[in-house]
Design a protein around this ligand. Sequence first.
Ligand SMILES: [Zn+2]
Length: 249
Amino acid sequence: MAERDNLVLAYRILAAHGVVDAYGHVSLRTAANPHRYLLARAMAPELVTADDILEFDLDSNPIHDTGAALYLERYIHGEIFKHRADVNAVVHNHSPSVIPFGVTTVPLRPLFNTGAFIGDGVPTFEIRDFQESGDIIVKTPHLGHALAATLGAKPAALMRGHGAVVVGDSLMLAVVRSVYLELSAKLQMQAMLIAGPGGPIVYLDEREVEATGGRQASAGTWKRTWDLWCIKARAQIEAEEKAKRRRQR
Ligand SMILES: [Zn+2]
């Protein structure tokens, strides 16, 4: 059950940082079977509990049909897990500060230590290249597959006019990267405003990206952050459970 509980914490942490609002989701490949993953039923991330977590195969079919409504965009998760054996967690969000970088030719660049992974590259998925209906939701295996191909071996991909996907070899890494992708995008916009048109901005260079943990990011680097956020999320869940019990008395 630890996997479900950790996934609940991931949902809560992403919501607490404004990376997901009523939309967005996070998944975890199961340790017992790498051809399956866990994802909540269709609901607002902030309200997810362990009972709301469902198991899916990599074609994004639920293992047990509970009759619950499912996320239309669950194919994002299944198709990325198929493409990336190294990835064990996937976040899809509508992270507000990254959206401007998906609709312009201005690239996101690494500019501070916890955002160093951006130096590994963040491609943009253009859904118009894969369907003509005008629907920008990734709601078929075909579109999920195209998104996974755009992501390639990178830590994240922007989705033009929509949001982003962020991946990691652990739930911790995918969540921490999602939070810092949002923060880094915000900081880059602020730096660009201060610098003015064409004004120089000193981004991290390749050596700094490498040394700060872009490609080498170890679990140890993020553990302090993750532990802190988990404590806060658990406190929130406990407070909710207490209030619920009080109401039931
Ligand atoms: Zn979406």
